[in-house]
Every structure is written in C-alpha cells, then in structure tokens.
Design a protein around this ligand. Structure first.
Ligand SMILES: CC(C)(COP(=O)(O)OP(=O)(O)OC[C@H]1O[C@@H](n2cnc3c(N)ncnc32)[C@H](O)[C@@H]1OP(=O)(O)O)[C@@H](O)C(=O)NCCC(=O)NCCS
Length: 155
C-alpha cells in the first residue's frame, strides 16, 4: 500500500471509483478543479499501482474541509481510510490550520466510527442534506481541531 498525491492522470479512475454506490458522485471536472486549486488530494495505490482509495479536502481560511473520501469495496477494512485521514490531520497540523470539518450521512456508521476514532466530534446537523432513493437524509457535521486545543493525539 502506498499513499501519494493525486495527479491529473488519476482522475478518470478516481471518478469511476467515486460512482460506486454513490447517489451524488463527482464529475471529472470537479476533481480537476481541486487539483488546479492545489487542494489536499491523495490516493492509495497497491503494488501494481492499482488505485484503491482517495481523499480530497479543500482549505478555506484556517479550516480544512473534507470534500470526499472513498475506499474501493474490495479494499475496505484494511486501514486505508484511516491512513488517508491521518495524512489529512497531519497536513492540517503542519499547515497551521485551526480545524478540519466534514459532513457525514447520519446513517453512515462505518464513517462515523472512523472519524470518532480519530478525534472528530459531532458539532451540528444539516437537515435533509443528502439526496436518497426515497427521502433525503441529514448530515452530521464533525470537527477535529488541529491547533493546540485538541489534546487527542492519534499518532
Ligand atoms: C467509510 C470508509 C471510507 C471506511 O474505509 P476503510 O478503509 O474500510 O476503513 P478503515 O479500514 O481505515 O477503518 C478505520 C476505522 O473505521 C471504522 N470502520 C470502518 N469500516 C467499518 C465498518 N464496516 N463498520 C464499523 N466501523 C467501521 C472503524 O472504526 C475502523 O477502525 P477499526 O478497524 O480499528 O475498528 C469506506 O467504507 C467507504 O469508502 N465507504 C463509502 C464512502 C464513504 O462512506 N465515505 C465517507 C463519506 S463521509
């Protein structure tokens, strides 16, 4: 397993992976835009350079916003999301950001567990934020401080 920066050539594969079981997938131009903006874009590849997972976060003033995170279904449960999130937290600390914010579906227990184990706290709800097959679903807003106010150290 290798973590590296996302490059333009990854975008078609990243977009295909993003479409798996996703009611609101990104388009290729959305990923290209984040690369152009120099957002925090990382991928995990295996020893054959097959793309297994990706994460994109964008900086807004002193906050990093997690925009998207996905692990290929066949690669889950191996710590890839944790590796990507630890890289984002380390980057948040190194870049002197105050905090990392994200939204997660209220029903997405695996992701909520992942974030809580890394020191994220629930700080609010966005009602009907996500589209659903029958009805919309709330988003939980989670935050992890990256300044000295956060005593939790996952490293
Ligand atoms: C959520 C997701 C990113 C987790 O990726 P993953 O690589 O399988 O997660 P990891 O192996 O790094 O697991 C890290 C922690 O997440 C939690 N977790 C992961 N999968 C879980 C599951 N099926 N059930 C409960 N908790 C789970 C656990 O706390 C786990 O730590 P542990 O192994 O010590 O128990 C992955 O399932 C995914 O891509 N889902 C679809 C997209 C998505 O939901 N993205 C997040 C949007 S906010």
């Amino acid at each position: 397993m290798k973590l590296r920066s996302m490059v333009y050539e990854d975008v078609p594969t990243v977009t295909l992976l993003d479409r798996v079981d996703n009611l609101r997938p990104w388009t290729e131009p959305m990923f290209y835009e984040e690369l152009r903006l120099d957002s925090f874009c990382r991928v995990v590849v295996d020893e054959t350079q097959t793309l297994q997972a990706f994460l994109v976060a964008r900086r807004l003033l002193d906050e990093w916003h997690l925009l998207t995170l996905k692990v290929a279904p066949s690669c889950r449960g191996q710590g890839l999301a944790r590796t990507l999130m630890l890289a984002l937290i380390a980057h948040g600390i190194e870049s002197d950001a105050r905090t990392i914010l994200l939204e997660v579906r209220a029903s997405n227990q695996p992701a909520m567990n992942l974030y809580e184990n890394l020191g994220f706290l629930s700080v609010g709800i966005r009602k009907n934020y996500y589209p659903g097959p029958t009805m919309a679903e709330d988003a939980v807003i989670m935050e992890r401080r990256t300044d000295r106010k956060n005593e939790f150290n996952p490293f």
